[in-house]
Design a protein around this ligand. Structure first.
Ligand SMILES: NC(=O)c1ccc[n+]([C@@H]2O[C@H](COP(=O)([O-])OP(=O)(O)OC[C@H]3O[C@@H](n4cnc5c(N)ncnc54)[C@H](OP(=O)(O)O)[C@@H]3O)[C@@H](O)[C@H]2O)c1
Length: 374
């Protein structure tokens, strides 16, 4: 029997940190071995430091585990990071420089040219960017990021359409859950009975990340670079009084015409990870809900164990070509589950655990551009 890879969680006490703990309990490949958070929490047992917010019990082993200071010394060399961007900007590079694989949730380095921003079903071929990182050469450490919690659902729904018909314009309006703001997040006096039509930097993140994710890797230049998708995109982001699950209304203009049946077939047949047996990958990444009043956060956010995006209400758009509604779970597919799936695809090709400075070993084979047995 193979032993599981010990992993650490940075920001373990927060909303996303808690999801990591929940999703990694009984994970067949990874085992939580180290938890870290701020000075407020370090030195305390996790059960005392964290206010557990999830609807499954806090595992007893984790409850007793001591929270460590957020320093690389003593940490395992695979780290799931769930830190605020302002803190991640300084802290994540220190872990990568110390030789850790940093599988990050924060926005701090998502748009850095040498950092892959990855959804395994969409752009696993961007992962070889890690070989261009200075940390990789010097310590073997590296960084991989997953997208903003609204961008991820949007891009999953757009990818099969882009592949078959091309997309020229994207117009998206979000209705985002309060858990997206972390804990305690949005004050109840601001959100109860209300909609807040502003989420700081969210629209800019959605627009930029969507085009990077749907872009292509250019290996002709000396280093590898990402050329973003040449489409126009406009996002409007709103906070609504939903606990979990981001809903989005999307309109798109296509490069070549498509019928409703062709778009439904593109979604239905989209299974790029089939055959890889990644534990967190949903069998059907995009599920279509045919009912007029779906998807809804309460009814559809847990499809595919929170890892599937639900699409519905596909209909012609009077301004662009087609419009539809989508829903994805923001702290599972939009955060912890996304990072775990990134780690799984790296692990499946033997590239997750850093193997020391690249200069001290043979140049590694790049991660397979697309899963070879998919
Ligand atoms: N919530 C979502 O739906 C979502 C989705 C996608 C991405 N993200 C991103 O994921 C990250 C975490 O989000 P969250 O919602 O989990 O936030 P959160 O609930 O506010 O949790 C923040 C975590 O960071 C820790 N922390 C704060 N200051 C620290 C420091 N100086 N050193 C070490 N740890 C420190 C906190 O520890 P203490 O408890 O000790 O303060 C806590 O564990 C953010 O970058 C966010 O944008 C969130």
């Amino acid at each position: 029997m193979h032993s599981r890879v010990p992993i650490g969680i940075l920001g373990a006490t927060g909303m996303v940190g808690q999801r990591f703990i929940q999703l990694l309990e009984h994970h067949p490949w990874f085992e939580v071995a180290w938890l870290a958070a701020s000075d407020r929490s370090s030195g305390k047992p996790y059960g005392e430091a964290a206010k557990w917010r999830l609807d499954t019990p806090l595992p007893a082993r984790i409850e007793r585990m001591m929270v460590s200071p957020a320093e690389p010394e003593g940490a395992p060399n695979v780290i799931f990071a769930a830190l605020d961007a302002a803190i991640a900007r300084d802290m994540e590079p220190r872990f990568a420089a110390a030789g850790c694989a940093v599988i990050s949730n924060s926005s701090a380095f998502r748009m850095a040219p040498d950092v892959p921003l990855v959804i395994p079903e969409v752009n696993a071929d961007h992962l070889p960017l890690i070989e261009t990182q200075s940390w990789r050469r010097e310590s073997g450490g590296y960084m991989v990021t997953n997208p903003n919690c609204s961008a991820i659902g949007l891009v999953l729904a757009l990818k099969p359409i882009q592949d078959r018909f091309g997309i020229e314009q994207i117009f998206v309006t979000t209705m985002q859950a309060v858990s997206g703001a972390g804990y305690p997040g949005v004050p109840s006096m601001d959100i109860l009975g209300n909609v807040v039509p502003y989420i700081g930097s969210e629209e800019e993140k959605m627009e930029a990340e969507t085009l990077k994710l749907l872009g292509h890797i250019d290996t002709r230049s000396a280093g590898r670079t990402i050329t973003p998708l040449a489409a126009r995109i406009s996002a409007s982001c709103n906070r609504v009084q939903v606990e979990d699950g981001h809903t989005e209304s999307v309109s798109i203009k296509l490069a070549t015409p498509a019928t409703r049946e062709e778009i439904l077939a593109a979604w239905n047949e989209f299974r790029p990870l089939a055959g890889l047996h990644l534990p967190s990958a949903p069998a059907q990444p995009i599920e279509f809900a045919p009912q007029n009043d779906r998807p809804q956060p309460r009814l559809d956010r847990n499809r595919g164990r929170g890892m599937a995006v639900t699409v519905g209400r596909l209909r012609p758009c009077n301004l662009l070509d087609w419009k539809f509604t989508l829903l994805s779970h923001n702290t599972i597919r939009g955060a912890a589950g996304a990072a775990i799936l990134n780690a799984e695809i790296l692990h499946s090709s033997g590239d997750l655990v850093p193997r020391g400075p690249v200069s001290h070993r043979e140049q590694p084979e790049p991660v397979a551009a697309t899963p070879s047995h998919a």
